[in-house]
Design a protein around this ligand. Structure first.
Ligand code: PLP
Length: 273
Protein backbone atom coordinates (compact mmCIF):
# COMPACT_ATOMS: atom_id res chain seq x y z
CA UNK A 1 0.00 0.00 0.00
CA UNK A 2 1.35 3.40 -1.03
CA UNK A 3 0.37 6.68 0.61
CA UNK A 4 1.24 10.30 -0.14
CA UNK A 5 3.43 12.11 2.40
CA UNK A 6 6.05 14.87 2.13
CA UNK A 7 5.29 15.56 -1.52
CA UNK A 8 5.48 12.01 -2.90
CA UNK A 9 4.37 8.40 -2.70
CA UNK A 10 5.78 6.30 0.14
CA UNK A 11 5.31 2.73 1.34
CA UNK A 12 2.88 2.72 4.23
CA UNK A 13 5.23 0.50 6.28
CA UNK A 14 8.06 3.02 6.16
CA UNK A 15 6.18 6.37 5.98
CA UNK A 16 6.82 8.43 9.14
CA UNK A 17 5.21 11.50 10.70
CA UNK A 18 6.80 13.23 13.72
CA UNK A 19 5.55 12.09 17.14
CA UNK A 20 5.22 15.82 17.87
CA UNK A 21 2.91 16.43 14.93
CA UNK A 22 0.10 18.56 16.28
CA UNK A 23 -2.45 16.36 14.54
CA UNK A 24 -1.38 13.70 17.03
CA UNK A 25 -0.64 15.74 20.14
CA UNK A 26 -3.52 18.23 20.14
CA UNK A 27 -5.83 17.17 17.32
CA UNK A 28 -4.90 20.31 15.35
CA UNK A 29 -5.79 19.08 11.91
CA UNK A 30 -8.54 18.68 9.37
CA UNK A 31 -9.55 15.91 7.02
CA UNK A 32 -11.76 14.76 4.18
CA UNK A 33 -13.03 11.31 3.28
CA UNK A 34 -13.64 11.03 -0.44
CA UNK A 35 -15.31 8.11 -2.17
CA UNK A 36 -13.41 6.77 -5.18
CA UNK A 37 -15.28 4.72 -7.77
CA UNK A 38 -13.04 2.70 -10.11
CA UNK A 39 -10.14 5.03 -9.39
CA UNK A 40 -12.08 8.31 -9.82
CA UNK A 41 -12.79 10.50 -6.79
CA UNK A 42 -16.42 11.58 -6.32
CA UNK A 43 -17.18 15.29 -5.78
CA UNK A 44 -13.49 16.10 -5.28
CA UNK A 45 -13.94 19.82 -5.99
CA UNK A 46 -16.53 20.11 -3.20
CA UNK A 47 -14.24 18.19 -0.82
CA UNK A 48 -11.30 20.48 -1.64
CA UNK A 49 -13.43 23.56 -1.07
CA UNK A 50 -14.54 22.22 2.32
CA UNK A 51 -10.92 21.34 3.17
CA UNK A 52 -10.00 24.98 2.53
CA UNK A 53 -12.93 26.24 4.64
CA UNK A 54 -11.84 23.95 7.48
CA UNK A 55 -8.21 25.11 7.14
CA UNK A 56 -9.24 28.75 7.30
CA UNK A 57 -11.45 28.03 10.32
CA UNK A 58 -8.44 26.59 12.16
CA UNK A 59 -6.05 29.25 10.88
CA UNK A 60 -3.98 26.75 8.88
CA UNK A 61 -2.46 27.82 5.53
CA UNK A 62 -4.72 27.11 2.56
CA UNK A 63 -4.04 23.62 1.23
CA UNK A 64 -2.65 23.54 -2.31
CA UNK A 65 -5.53 22.03 -4.32
CA UNK A 66 -3.24 21.05 -7.20
CA UNK A 67 -1.01 19.10 -4.84
CA UNK A 68 -3.96 17.38 -3.17
CA UNK A 69 -5.41 16.44 -6.59
CA UNK A 70 -2.02 15.09 -7.68
CA UNK A 71 -1.72 13.15 -4.42
CA UNK A 72 -5.19 11.62 -4.80
CA UNK A 73 -4.50 10.61 -8.41
CA UNK A 74 -1.12 9.08 -7.50
CA UNK A 75 -2.50 7.13 -4.54
CA UNK A 76 -5.45 5.86 -6.59
CA UNK A 77 -3.14 4.88 -9.41
CA UNK A 78 -0.79 3.00 -7.09
CA UNK A 79 -3.57 1.09 -5.26
CA UNK A 80 -6.27 0.05 -7.74
CA UNK A 81 -9.59 -0.98 -6.19
CA UNK A 82 -13.24 -0.83 -7.33
CA UNK A 83 -14.61 1.15 -4.37
CA UNK A 84 -12.20 3.07 -2.18
CA UNK A 85 -12.18 5.81 0.43
CA UNK A 86 -9.47 8.41 0.12
CA UNK A 87 -8.50 9.93 3.42
CA UNK A 88 -6.93 13.39 3.11
CA UNK A 89 -5.40 14.53 6.40
CA UNK A 90 -3.87 18.00 6.79
CA UNK A 91 -2.43 18.99 10.16
CA UNK A 92 -0.67 21.92 11.80
CA UNK A 93 2.60 20.00 11.37
CA UNK A 94 5.15 19.22 14.02
CA UNK A 95 5.81 21.82 16.66
CA UNK A 96 6.62 22.36 20.33
CA UNK A 97 4.85 20.35 23.02
CA UNK A 98 1.82 22.36 23.99
CA UNK A 99 -0.73 24.09 21.83
CA UNK A 100 1.36 26.80 20.14
CA UNK A 101 2.09 26.06 16.50
CA UNK A 102 5.74 25.78 15.55
CA UNK A 103 7.46 27.23 12.52
CA UNK A 104 7.02 24.04 10.58
CA UNK A 105 4.55 23.91 7.71
CA UNK A 106 1.55 21.62 7.64
CA UNK A 107 1.63 17.87 7.12
CA UNK A 108 -0.39 16.43 4.23
CA UNK A 109 -1.14 12.71 4.13
CA UNK A 110 -3.35 11.05 1.51
CA UNK A 111 -4.16 7.39 2.07
CA UNK A 112 -6.66 4.98 0.55
CA UNK A 113 -8.72 2.21 2.10
CA UNK A 114 -11.02 -0.31 0.49
CA UNK A 115 -14.70 0.12 1.25
CA UNK A 116 -17.94 -1.62 0.39
CA UNK A 117 -21.55 -0.66 -0.23
CA UNK A 118 -23.54 -0.20 2.97
CA UNK A 119 -26.81 -2.08 3.56
CA UNK A 120 -29.95 -0.23 2.41
CA UNK A 121 -31.09 0.34 5.98
CA UNK A 122 -29.58 0.59 9.44
CA UNK A 123 -30.36 1.19 13.12
CA UNK A 124 -29.41 4.39 14.97
CA UNK A 125 -29.49 5.60 18.55
CA UNK A 126 -29.63 9.06 20.05
CA UNK A 127 -26.98 10.00 22.61
CA UNK A 128 -27.34 12.32 25.63
CA UNK A 129 -24.32 14.47 24.68
CA UNK A 130 -24.82 17.65 22.68
CA UNK A 131 -23.22 19.21 19.64
CA UNK A 132 -22.22 22.81 20.22
CA UNK A 133 -23.75 24.93 17.48
CA UNK A 134 -21.59 27.96 18.39
CA UNK A 135 -18.12 26.54 19.09
CA UNK A 136 -14.84 27.55 17.45
CA UNK A 137 -14.81 24.20 15.62
CA UNK A 138 -18.50 24.06 14.69
CA UNK A 139 -18.91 23.09 11.06
CA UNK A 140 -15.20 22.36 10.55
CA UNK A 141 -14.11 18.86 9.64
CA UNK A 142 -11.32 18.61 12.19
CA UNK A 143 -9.40 15.56 13.33
CA UNK A 144 -10.73 16.19 16.87
CA UNK A 145 -13.16 13.27 16.53
CA UNK A 146 -12.90 11.66 19.94
CA UNK A 147 -16.46 12.60 20.91
CA UNK A 148 -17.69 10.84 17.78
CA UNK A 149 -15.61 7.79 18.63
CA UNK A 150 -17.24 7.59 22.07
CA UNK A 151 -20.76 8.04 20.67
CA UNK A 152 -20.19 5.50 17.91
CA UNK A 153 -18.95 2.92 20.40
CA UNK A 154 -22.21 3.46 22.36
CA UNK A 155 -24.17 2.86 19.13
CA UNK A 156 -22.27 -0.33 18.38
CA UNK A 157 -22.93 -1.61 21.93
CA UNK A 158 -26.64 -1.22 21.17
CA UNK A 159 -26.54 -2.93 17.78
CA UNK A 160 -26.76 0.34 15.84
CA UNK A 161 -24.38 1.76 13.24
CA UNK A 162 -24.77 5.45 14.02
CA UNK A 163 -25.41 7.79 16.95
CA UNK A 164 -27.35 11.03 16.54
CA UNK A 165 -26.75 14.24 18.49
CA UNK A 166 -29.04 17.12 19.41
CA UNK A 167 -27.45 20.56 19.74
CA UNK A 168 -27.37 22.58 22.97
CA UNK A 169 -30.92 23.91 22.43
CA UNK A 170 -32.42 20.45 21.89
CA UNK A 171 -32.64 20.50 18.11
CA UNK A 172 -31.80 17.49 15.99
CA UNK A 173 -28.29 18.04 14.60
CA UNK A 174 -26.38 15.16 12.95
CA UNK A 175 -24.70 11.80 13.43
CA UNK A 176 -21.09 11.04 14.28
CA UNK A 177 -20.25 10.79 10.59
CA UNK A 178 -23.50 11.50 8.76
CA UNK A 179 -26.30 14.00 8.30
CA UNK A 180 -29.87 13.13 9.14
CA UNK A 181 -33.13 13.61 7.22
CA UNK A 182 -36.73 12.98 8.30
CA UNK A 183 -39.92 12.62 6.27
CA UNK A 184 -43.01 14.37 7.67
CA UNK A 185 -46.29 14.28 5.71
CA UNK A 186 -44.42 13.32 2.55
CA UNK A 187 -41.92 16.23 2.80
CA UNK A 188 -38.21 15.75 3.41
CA UNK A 189 -36.54 17.90 6.09
CA UNK A 190 -32.97 18.13 7.35
CA UNK A 191 -31.46 20.37 10.06
CA UNK A 192 -29.87 23.59 8.76
CA UNK A 193 -26.11 24.10 9.01
CA UNK A 194 -26.88 26.64 11.79
CA UNK A 195 -27.90 23.64 13.95
CA UNK A 196 -24.17 22.93 14.24
CA UNK A 197 -24.01 20.03 11.78
CA UNK A 198 -21.26 19.58 9.24
CA UNK A 199 -22.16 20.89 5.78
CA UNK A 200 -22.12 17.35 4.40
CA UNK A 201 -21.48 17.02 0.69
CA UNK A 202 -23.97 14.16 0.35
CA UNK A 203 -26.44 16.29 2.35
CA UNK A 204 -26.01 19.25 -0.03
CA UNK A 205 -26.48 17.07 -3.12
CA UNK A 206 -29.53 15.39 -1.57
CA UNK A 207 -31.09 18.76 -0.75
CA UNK A 208 -30.36 19.96 -4.30
CA UNK A 209 -31.63 16.81 -6.03
CA UNK A 210 -34.74 16.07 -3.90
CA UNK A 211 -35.85 19.56 -2.87
CA UNK A 212 -35.55 18.63 0.83
CA UNK A 213 -36.20 21.58 3.17
CA UNK A 214 -33.74 22.82 5.79
CA UNK A 215 -35.79 23.11 8.99
CA UNK A 216 -35.19 23.48 12.71
CA UNK A 217 -36.39 20.18 14.15
CA UNK A 218 -36.73 19.17 17.80
CA UNK A 219 -34.95 15.93 18.68
CA UNK A 220 -38.28 14.22 19.39
CA UNK A 221 -39.22 14.57 15.72
CA UNK A 222 -37.55 11.15 15.51
CA UNK A 223 -40.46 9.70 17.53
CA UNK A 224 -43.04 10.75 14.95
CA UNK A 225 -41.24 10.96 11.60
CA UNK A 226 -42.72 8.67 8.94
CA UNK A 227 -39.27 7.91 7.59
CA UNK A 228 -35.70 8.71 8.64
CA UNK A 229 -32.55 8.48 6.56
CA UNK A 230 -28.84 9.29 6.78
CA UNK A 231 -26.47 10.72 4.20
CA UNK A 232 -22.69 10.56 4.05
CA UNK A 233 -19.86 9.90 1.65
CA UNK A 234 -19.64 6.26 2.68
CA UNK A 235 -23.38 5.61 3.21
CA UNK A 236 -24.74 7.67 0.26
CA UNK A 237 -28.46 7.76 1.18
CA UNK A 238 -29.22 5.08 3.77
CA UNK A 239 -32.63 4.38 5.32
CA UNK A 240 -33.07 4.01 9.08
CA UNK A 241 -35.17 1.07 10.30
CA UNK A 242 -34.82 1.66 14.05
CA UNK A 243 -34.28 4.78 16.18
CA UNK A 244 -33.54 3.85 19.79
CA UNK A 245 -36.39 1.38 20.57
CA UNK A 246 -38.69 2.58 17.77
CA UNK A 247 -39.01 0.37 14.71
CA UNK A 248 -39.68 1.93 11.33
CA UNK A 249 -41.06 -1.08 9.51
CA UNK A 250 -40.68 -1.31 5.77
CA UNK A 251 -37.62 0.97 5.65
CA UNK A 252 -36.68 2.24 3.13
CA UNK A 253 -40.12 3.83 2.89
CA UNK A 254 -41.31 5.27 -0.44
CA UNK A 255 -39.85 8.78 -0.03
CA UNK A 256 -36.47 7.47 1.12
CA UNK A 257 -36.42 4.87 -1.65
CA UNK A 258 -36.98 7.65 -4.19
CA UNK A 259 -34.19 9.76 -2.65
CA UNK A 260 -31.86 6.74 -2.82
CA UNK A 261 -32.72 6.20 -6.47
CA UNK A 262 -32.27 9.86 -7.40
CA UNK A 263 -28.92 9.99 -5.58
CA UNK A 264 -27.64 6.83 -7.25
CA UNK A 265 -28.64 7.98 -10.72
CA UNK A 266 -27.41 11.56 -10.44
CA UNK A 267 -24.12 10.68 -8.72
CA UNK A 268 -23.43 7.95 -11.28
CA UNK A 269 -23.92 10.44 -14.12
CA UNK A 270 -21.50 13.03 -12.78
CA UNK A 271 -18.52 12.18 -10.59
CA UNK A 272 -17.74 15.83 -9.89
CA UNK A 273 -21.19 17.33 -9.33
N1 PLP B 1 -21.34 14.93 9.77
C1 PLP B 1 -20.14 14.54 10.25
C2 PLP B 1 -19.79 14.84 11.66
C3 PLP B 1 -19.25 13.85 9.42
O1 PLP B 1 -18.06 13.47 9.88
C4 PLP B 1 -19.62 13.55 8.09
C5 PLP B 1 -18.72 12.84 7.19
O2 PLP B 1 -17.71 12.34 7.56
C6 PLP B 1 -20.88 13.96 7.64
C7 PLP B 1 -21.71 14.66 8.50
C8 PLP B 1 -21.32 13.67 6.23
O3 PLP B 1 -20.61 14.47 5.32
P1 PLP B 1 -20.29 14.01 3.83
O4 PLP B 1 -21.60 13.77 3.15
O5 PLP B 1 -19.55 15.16 3.24
O6 PLP B 1 -19.48 12.76 3.92
Amino acid sequence: MKIWLDGGLQDIESARVSVFDHGLTVGDGIFETVKAVDGTPFALTRHLDRLTRSARGLGLPDPDHDEVRRACAAVLDANPMPLGRLRITYTGGHGPLGSDRGEHGPTLVVALGETRRRPDSTAVITVPWTRNERGALTGLKTTSYAENVVALARAHEQGASEALFANTVGQLCEGTGSNVFVVLDGEIHTPPVASGCLAGITRALTVEWTGAKESDLPLDVLERADEVFLTSTLRDVQAVHRVDGRELPGAPGPVTAKAMRIFEERSGDDLDP
